[in-house]
Design a protein around this ligand. Structure first.
Ligand code: C2E
Ligand code: MG
Ligand code: MG
Ligand code: MG
Length: 275
């Protein structure tokens, strides 16, 4: 801060950041109470099968609407939750909500519908993680193939530990996907060791795919790689028809992005896709 400009600076800050927290400590204390204050909810983004146009899977994305400061995007609160350890509670909450939702769908006969849940590295590294998943599936009587866990490469810091958790999850029967593929620092050799079902191409490689030759080359290579390994592949952040065309041409299985739909409420999902 420049001292004599402090006042003006402060006002500017307040107006610009109207609906946002003045500091991280305050955000953390509000986030700590978010569940009991009923401020959290989940939006669902459809994943479109590029061959058939069908939708039978959705990604669950956490949303936080704070009573005082308004809507806070995950890019702001997930890192705070991660640092403070609150992500463990939030992550458990999301998993339970999703299992409850899946139970409702399965009871209505929608057995082929799947929901993918983002799992934070801290959550994944908990010794109890796979037991928690297993107990939720039992509690809500949900078949394991209906649940997908999205893990990032950043969660895979220890090979033995990762292998143990992933093998337990595989044994339970849940679907395992790698989120933001290609943005971590991990070696590709994990692809042959771990029981991975799905690779999600990070949106940074999809952006500009229609004009950027390098991104197009990377995206197509990841699609090939997944196919050669017998894995399914999903493109994230698809915003344009031209991108859809390129991905179809490359035989990418599924796509997710604003071109098809933003993440929406469960009511909207049901109205649109379960009609
Ligand atoms: P992610 O798992 O890679 O999720 C995809 C993000 O891309 C979502 O942002 C989604 O809204 C956004 N997106 C989807 N289609 C498009 C598109 O066409 N263009 C662009 N520009 N963006 C698109 P969101 O919901 O803000 O979430 C951001 C990140 O926060 C997620 O990235 C994930 O890492 C994290 N996150 C969200 N919910 C949870 C959760 O329940 N648990 C954990 N641990 N992390 C979560
Ligand atoms: Mg994700
Ligand atoms: Mg992603
Ligand atoms: Mg992510």
């Amino acid at each position: 801060y420049v001292k004599d400009r402090g006042r003006a600076h402060f006002r500017f800050f307040r107006e610009e950041m109207n609906h946002s927290f003045p500091n991280e400590a305050l955000m953390e204390s509000h986030l700590r109470r978010a569940i009991e204050m009923d401020e959290l909810y989940i939006h669902y983004q459809p994943q479109v099968n590029l061959k058939t146009g069908q939708i039978n899977s959705f990604e669950a994305l956490l949303r936080w609407d704070n009573k005082t400061f308004g809507f806070v995007p995950p890019s702001q609160f997930i890192p705070i939750a991660e640092e403070s350890g609150l992500i463990l509670q939030l992550g458990d909450w999301v998993l339970e909500k999703v299992c409850h939702q899946l139970q409702e769908w399965q009871q209505k006969g929608y057995h082929h519908m799947r929901i993918a849940v983002n799992i934070s590295p801290k959550q994944f590294k908990q010794e109890t993680f796979s037991f928690y998943v297993e107990s939720l599936l039992a509690q809500y009587q949900v078949s394991p193939e209906a649940l997908e866990v999205e893990i990032t490469e950043s969660a895979m810091t220890n090979m033995r530990e990762t292998l143990t958790v992933l093998n337990s999850l595989k044994k339970i029967g849940v679907v395992i996907s790698i989120d933001d593929f290609g943005t971590g620092y991990s070696s590709l050799s994990y692809l042959k060791r771990y029981p991975i079902d799905i690779i999600k191409i990070d949106q940074s490689f999809i952006r500009g795919i229609e004009t950027d030759e390098k991104n197009a080359a990377i995206a197509k290579t990841i699609i090939q790689l997944a196919q050669n390994l017998g894995m399914e592949v999903i493109a994230e952040g698809v915003e344009k028809l031209l991108q859809v065309d390129i991905l179809k041409e490359a035989n990418c299985h599924k796509a997710q992005g604003y071109y098809f739909s933003q993440p929406v409420s469960m009511n909207e999902v049901i109205a649109r896709y379960f009609a």
